[in-house]
Design a protein around this ligand. Structure first.
Ligand code: ZN
Length: 379
């Protein structure tokens, strides 16, 4: 077997440090929390003479901010911002295995491949130079991407703000400038309960939900198809959960459904609700009550592909144009905080969160080369 390159040796070290998002797995400190990964990166950075600080986000969970200063005055700031948490997996998934040019293990693809590629390029720059004259480079390891994006939201709120951020996700080395936003809506129909033997004395809330579901499955997709974004296509809706009633002999007085509505730039929570109410009304369907079942906004990302730094990143990646993806990332909260953001990294999203997660070693090496090329192109 050929010897691993430095970037893949670092990846193996990172995967071997479990960092499951603790929200998914409370009470298992030996597998959860970003601290093992963050401290390992912090130590490695410090030993290369890089300044490191931590940003408190949640109890025991802190973003890592490492900084390389330019040789002259700071006029521009680039932030490499991959996340350090992973989704749950058994302990054995944190013993990385290498087979057929791939590394297997939890986080190889989502997104320690990106952490390793970004951090290696960052470290190389500090060790070997040449340092940019006017651009400050930050490596920001974020916590909590997989649950509530508390790390990127804190960064957006407290700073620092930069001229470009690159969030790490397995984009297969494509440069992503747009992604959809995400709204979780709950719709509720109200009825009147009665004994199951005398249903005529009640109003069945499940029956009232019937036409709403017909509308959502048959009519609403046509309304969504009329809207489109050049990189993202049309918004989508998925009905993910339904609850109604308590037992067979009681006429249900309440039925709720939970919706996952993926938005495109220009859409908001308010505009989506208005659109649904209007369309339901036009169909003569008694409007169910709405509420948002997740209160944090997950807005779409729509970074201007013509920004000079975006052009430079595309050039470094050997791409002419950026791409859009349907999934939500840390890039959106970061962009909301005032830093234009891209998404980029090795691996395929199809392997993210899967039981059999892997990344191609060669893609991690290429991601490292691309980020190095980009950092080398800064003034
Ligand atoms: Zn991820």
């Amino acid at each position: 077997m050929p010897r691993l390159t430095a970037v893949n040796r670092l990846l193996r070290e990172l995967v071997a440090r479990p960092s499951i998002n603790p929200t998914f797995l409370p009470g298992q400190p030996e597998l959860t929390g970003e601290e093992r990964v963050a401290e390992f990166l912090a130590e490695t950075a410090r030993s290369a003479g890089i300044e490191v600080r931590r940003q408190a986000v949640l109890p025991g969970r802190k973003n890592l901010i490492a900084r390389i200063s330019p040789s002259g005055k700071v006029r521009e700031r680039i932030m490499l911002t991959p996340h350090m948490d992973v989704v749950p997996a058994p302990g054995s998934a944190f013993r990385p295995k290498i087979r057929n040019g791939r590394m297997y293990g939890r986080g190889t693809c989502d997104t320690k491949g990106s952490v390793s590629a970004f951090f290696s390029a960052f470290l190389d720059l500090a060790r070997k130079g040449p340092l940019p004259r006017e651009t400050e480079i930050l490596f920001v390891g974020l916590v909590d991407e997989e649950f509530g994006q508390a790390g990127s939201r804190r960064l957006a709120e407290k700073g620092p703000v930069g001229d470009l951020a690159v969030a790490g996700e397995p984009t297969g080395l494509k440069v992503v400038s747009s992604h959809k936003g995400n709204l979780w809506l709950r719709l509720k129909t109200q009825g009147k309960s009665a004994h199951g033997s005398t249903p005529q004395h009640g109003r069945n809330a499940i029956a009232a939900m019937g036409p709403v579901l017909d509308f959502l499955f048959d009519e609403y997709p046509k309304i969504l198809a009329r809207k489109s974004h050049p990189l993202l296509g049309s918004p989508t809706l998925s009905v993910g959960k339904i609850i109604g009633g308590t037992q067979p002999n009681v006429v249900p007085d309440e039925c709720t459904i939970d919706l996952d509505r993926r938005t495109i730039p220009g859409e908001s929570e308010a505009s989506v609700k208005k659109e649904m109410v209007k369309a339901l009304k036009a169909k003569g369907i008694a409007s169910p009550s709405f509420c948002l079942s997740r209160s944090v906004p997950c807005l779409p990302l729509d970074t201007d592909p013509d920004l000079p730094l975006v052009r430079s990143f595309l050039r470094a990646a050997g791409k002419r144009k950026p791409t859009g993806v349907p999934y939500f990332t840390d890039a959106s909260p970061i962009a909301t905080g005032g830093t234009p953001a891209l998404v980029f990294g090795p691996g395929n999203i199809a392997q993210a969160h899967s039981d059999d997660e892997w990344v191609e070693l060669e893609q991690v090496e290429r991601a490292h080369a691309i980020v190095s090329r980009f950092l080398g192109s800064l003034s």
